[in-house]
Design a binder for this molecule. Structure first.
Ligand code: NAD
Length: 354
């Protein structure tokens, strides 16, 4: 397979494949950029139709991690791993051990963590084979499931968005429509309700809807959540939710949520701007989890970790202001700032080697 032909290749530094007949492990690790530090990113398990689909996903996700870490000011690069298979019945301890060995073979160039389809127990099995796995210390105050701190960053980002759009950071009386009441969506709902917001949720999973209702959220039909009359639409389920169809239906003036890759194509960022919708770029607002993981790697205190996550609000304000001044969409402004951050480091690497 010639990976340079992939639309998502983007000069990845390294892409490694594993096909282990004994355990059934079929996996890919992609390392996009290590200018700022080792490539960090979760390990996703998903029933991809084939290796090409898995390759596209891992390349796209690892590139996203470079941008996310660079904007969060972390000394980390971008990488990601995918395991091809259905996590509900194809995951075995032997497969996860083999995955740990695969990660270890890269000698710390890539550091893994949790992602969809993997959990802390899976990471613990991998961590028996390698030191390059983070997010396994679920007994500590932080260092386990990153979702609560991801939600904390989104909460700060929603406050910054309300301040920029309406001149008020207070959530009291704000109406927030959350798509996806999973780990991040529910954690976010709780914070918003505690801060006085009215929260509406839609999910394909009734159990998760009931859990959100127990927190005080109101249920909305799945098909109505995008067009729901709210100040903020917070996508917390799947990617590509902002597309040609949904953009015309949006009634919220702000899109600010945790899902990765919310724009179906980059041009949707400009379409949102032209419609007067303020978009908090996903890779900026949902960085709380990766900040937590990085701070754990650096043995930082919990207070330091919260302080850095809370900077997501001021980073977004800077992006919003630049976007208004330059009349360029927020997603493009955010990408340009990230590129300056990680290319600048590359330039200083070259000059110190010279
Ligand atoms: P999760 O699996 O716990 O929750 C996702 C929820 O979305 C589930 O309840 C699912 O039923 C629901 N859902 C799926 N399709 C839906 C649809 N069409 N309409 C409505 N609901 C739907 O996942 P999570 O950890 O909460 O992550 C949510 C999103 O945030 C994902 O895109 C993930 O990549 C992203 N993210 C998560 C973290 C983290 O710390 N967990 C960090 C960064 C980004």
């Amino acid at each position: 397979m010639d990976i340079t032909l992939s639309p998502s290749y983007d000069n990845h530094e390294n892409v490694v494949f594993m096909d282990d007949a004994e355990t059934g492990l079929q996996a890919i690790i992609a390392i996009h950029n290590t200018n700022l530090g080792p490539a960090v990113g979760g390990c996703r398990m998903f029933p991809y139709a084939d290796k090409s689909e898995a390759l596209e996903d891992v390349l796209r996700l690892s590139r996203g991690m470079t941008y996310k870490s660079a904007l969060a000011g972390l000394p980390m690069g971008g990488g990601k791993a995918v395991i091809i298979g259905d996590p509900s019945h194809q995951k075995t301890p032997a497969m996860l051990s083999k995955m740990g060995q695969f990660i270890d073979s890269l000698n710390g160039q890539y550091i893994s963590a949790e992602d969809s389809g993997t959990n802390v127990s899976d990471l613990k099995l991998m961590a028996q084979e390698t030191e390059y796995v983070l997010g396994v210390n679920d007994q500590q105050e932080f260092g386990g499931d990153p979702s609560p701190l991801t939600a904390h960053g989104i909460f700060c980002g929603i406050q910054a968005s309300l301040e920029h759009k309406f001149g008020r950071a207070s959530l009291n009386g704000s109406r927030i429509a959350i798509q996806g009441a999973g780990a991040v969506g529910r954690s976010l709902a709780k914070k918003l309700i505690d801060a006085g917001a009215e929260v509406f949720v839609a999910d394909i999973n009734d159990h998760n809807i009931r859990a959100a209702q127990d927190l005080g959220a109101q249920a909305v039909a799945i098909d109505n959540i995008v067009s729901f009359d709210a100040d903020v639409f917070a996508p917390c389920a799947m990617g590509a939710v902002i597309n040609d169809v949904t953009i015309t239906k949006l009634s919220a003036a702000i899109v600010a949520g945790g899902a990765n890759n919310q724009l179906a194509v980059p041009q949707h960022g400009e379409m949102l701007r032209k419609r007067g919708v303020l978009y908090a770029p996903d890779f900026v607002i949902n960085a709380g989890g990766i900040i937590e993981i990085c701070r754990q790697y650096q043995n930082a205190s919990v207070d330091d970790c919260y302080a850095q996550i809370e900077k997501i609000g001021s980073t977004l304000t800077q992006i919003f202001e630049q976007s208004s001044e330059q009349k360029v969409c927020t997603s493009l402004v955010a990408e340009q700032i990230a590129e300056q951050n990680f290319s600048h480091k590359a330039a200083s690497k070259i000059s110190s080697a010279a």
